[in-house]
Design a protein around this ligand. Structure first.
Ligand SMILES: [Zn+2]
Ligand SMILES: [Zn+2]
Length: 383
């Protein structure tokens, strides 16, 4: 089975909620290779606009995974499957297809279009923390917004938590593509496009994209399903490239009639929520954990935050601005008396993401045992 090397490269990047620096760095390098610039919002989400047009096909993804950073992990290919193992323990480790598959598809589709927009959100897995702080005006000139952030293969999500993501205007134009790729419309769990739908009239969709058993050590991806999802997104975005698809914000609610009028908001507070590929409510991070949410190319300083007085002010070298990890916002500081907190920085090892010529681990372990584990779950989609 041939595999796009870029898929393996993305899968080899270790990234975790609040610890996404390596993936940020990886994405910046990939964008630079495509001669593309980017901007960041106050939270650190990465925005890309390619070309100069009235309307842009748009993709989003999230760059964190639930799996802790582990430098011993490497990707293994077994025919149509990519999985990850800890080369020290020889045990399976979650590959992080949720949502590195989304990152891969977004980066690849950027190459396919002259005009395109993309957003790489931080920290979805801890409650859409990044996308909830997004600049939603960015999507004012999007045709539609797609996200690939759901387990399995066959789903095309049209509503989340009582919020309608798309309607027949879009469905009539793309149903033939969904049929071709065996996609069924369904209700999905919370992810970044739900945040967008609550804040911008643009029509959005989430879809399954070939990862399985997310949030577990056994997580793996099916290469052919990732590739056909990528191809489907390409066709949908091409088919819809010349117009803007909207639903008025006040018509987004799907539970308005017949359920005692409870709306998207109360559906959430009633606990009907679940996170896509996520079985529990998000964990709330303490401030100390948040401290590790440092950004690529940034340094802790000795400054105190003028808003909250916390000594958690970092200098964002890319934005050339100070950022308080306690307030989670950029702050104005007179930099005359500010130094890098060298003592703290010396405790951070500069571990680059793994990018080698030998991208695939030489699988000197019991492949048959892993195959038994994976194969019964593979879907035969006939593509
Ligand atoms: Zn996800
Ligand atoms: Zn997830």
């Amino acid at each position: 089975m041939k595999v796009n090397q870029n898929l393996i490269r993305v899968m080899n990047v270790q990234t975790h909620s609040y610890e996404t620096q390596r993936m940020q760095r990886f994405i910046k390098k990939e964008l630079a290779k495509q001669n593309l610039g980017h901007t960041k919002d106050k939270y650190g989400n990465i925005y890309v606009t390619k070309g100069d047009a009235d309307l842009y096909p748009t993709m989003v993804c999230h760059i964190d995974t639930v799996h802790a950073i582990n430098n011993d992990v490497q990707v293994v290919q077994l025919d149509d499957v990519l999985l990850a193992i800890d080369t020290k323990t020889k045990k399976r480790y979650g590959i992080g297809g949720d949502d590195k598959v989304g990152v891969y598809i977004t980066l690849e589709l950027l190459k396919q279009f002259d005009n395109f927009k993309a957003v790489f959100f931080l920290d979805e897995e801890v409650g859409c923390v990044g996308s909830s702080k997004a600049d939603f005006t960015f999507f004012n000139d999007s045709t539609i917004v797609l996200e690939c952030d759901r387990r399995g293969y066959n789903d095309f999500v049209t509503s989340i938590s009582g919020t309608k993501l798309s309607n027949d205007k879009l469905h009539n134009d793309i149903d033939y593509i969904l049929d071709k790729y065996n996609r069924k419309k369904c209700i999905g769990g919370i992810t970044d496009v739900g945040e967008i739908a609550d804040n911008n009239p643009v029509q959005v969709a989430n879809m399954s994209c070939g990862y399985y058993d997310p949030h577990s050590d056994n997580e793996y991806i099916v290469i052919s399903e990732v590739e056909s999802t990528k191809q489907m997104c390409l066709e949908i975005l091409q088919e819809t490239a010349d117009k803007r698809y909207e639903i008025d914000l006040d018509k987004r609610t799907t539970y308005g009639v017949g359920y005692g009028g409870y709306n998207a908001y109360s559906a959430r507070s009633w606990g009907y929520d679940y996170y896509d590929d996520w079985d529990n409510k998000p964990k709330h991070k303490t401030k100390n954990e948040a401290l590790h949410n440092t950004y690529a190319d940034s340094f802790k300083t000795t400054a105190e935050c003028p808003c909250c007085n916390a000594s958690e002010v970092w200098f964002d070298d890319y934005e050339q601005q100070f950022f308080c990890l306690s307030c989670h916002t950029y702050v104005e500081i007179d930099d005359n008396n500010v130094n890098i907190d060298a003592e703290y920085m010396s405790t951070i090892t500069d571990e680059e993401y793994i990018e080698t010529d030998t991208l695939l681990y030489d699988a000197s372990f019991n492949q048959e045992a892993f195959k038994k584990d994976v194969e019964p779950k593979l879907l035969n989609n006939g593509i």
